[in-house]
Design a protein around this ligand. Structure first.
Ligand code: ZN
Ligand code: ZN
Length: 134
């Protein structure tokens, strides 16, 4: 069985479309391409606070809070960063328009939460294995 690489490949190119407000595009050195919306990235914020909140609600990174049954859909203003800056050579940091700014999105993390179909399927199969083990 092919071993999973020890860490994610580095990005070959990173486009943060702050002005357009669309999201982030990453092309990885292994040829994979990841496209994240800003909403997704905000909901996948890796900081301890957001991580704990997601954990408490059993939400995977990138999934927004669910409104309770019977509730009107929650109004959520469009999320986008007011600032996106590189952290060393290994990560990106965003300052969001809701004032949140503590998440450091490492390449490893971003590759890990890649929302494309291929990566979703891979994560699901990994979860199944993990559950069997635990
Ligand atoms: Zn956070
Ligand atoms: Zn992917």
């Amino acid at each position: 069985m092919p071993a999973t690489p020890p860490h994610a490949p580095d990005p070959k190119s990173v486009n943060v479309n702050v002005t357009a407000g669309t999201g982030v595009d990453i092309e990885w050195s292994d040829g994979h391409r990841s496209i994240y919306t800003f909403q997704f990235l905000r909901d996948a914020c890796p900081c301890a606070l957001c991580d704990e909140e997601r954990h408490n609600h059993g939400r995977p990174p990138g999934e927004g809070p669910k409104s309770k049954a019977g509730d009107l859909p929650m109004f959520r203003p469009a999320v986008k960063p007011t600032l996106a800056e590189p952290v060393g050579r290994y990560a990106l940091r965003f300052t969001w328009n809701d004032g949140h700014m503590h998440g450091i999105y490492s390449w490893d993390y971003l590759r890990d939460v890649c929302p494309c179909q291929e990566c979703r399927v891979r994560r699901e199969s990994e979860n199944v294995t993990a559950n069997k083990r635990g």
